[in-house]
Design a protein around this ligand. Sequence first.
Ligand code: TYD
Length: 145
Amino acid sequence: MSRLDECRIIQLHKHSARQGNLTSIEADKDVPFGIGRVYYLYDLPGGESRGGHAHRELQQLMVCVMGAFDVILDDGKERRTLRLDRAYQGLLIRPMVWRELENFSSGAICLVLASEVYLEQDYIRDYQAFLAAASAHDTPGHPPR
Ligand code: TYD
């Protein structure tokens, strides 16, 4: 299974009521990792793009809690675009996957649950460096995750 195949939409519990909906996410249960950090993106200008990096170890669950946006995922071999637009769906992003976020609708909010606290050394922010690291990662003999 490719790293892109391991990045999948997780259907979250949606508790629907006349008063409104509620979705909860529990560590190691609804997401396959402990939660070290939560952050969110908001006030996102429609024409802007964000992301443009990969993580060496970090895993994330990305949820569009308001509005919609596109997520482009790239494992160095293949590129896929998904549109997130449901507050009860989370996109699991595995390590060593390049991601870009774009086409934000007005008022979009992106919630991210991350497996670790913020660590700049975990980032790969240069695409050519990512391709080299992804290729080394895919070389037989590299310890499996
Ligand atoms: P960055 O990860 O570059 O944002 P994006 O990839 O979405 O464009 O982060 C932007 C800034 O915020 C950068 O200076 C680092 C800081 N930051 C934190 O301090 N803590 C965090 O958890 C995150 C995600 C970013």
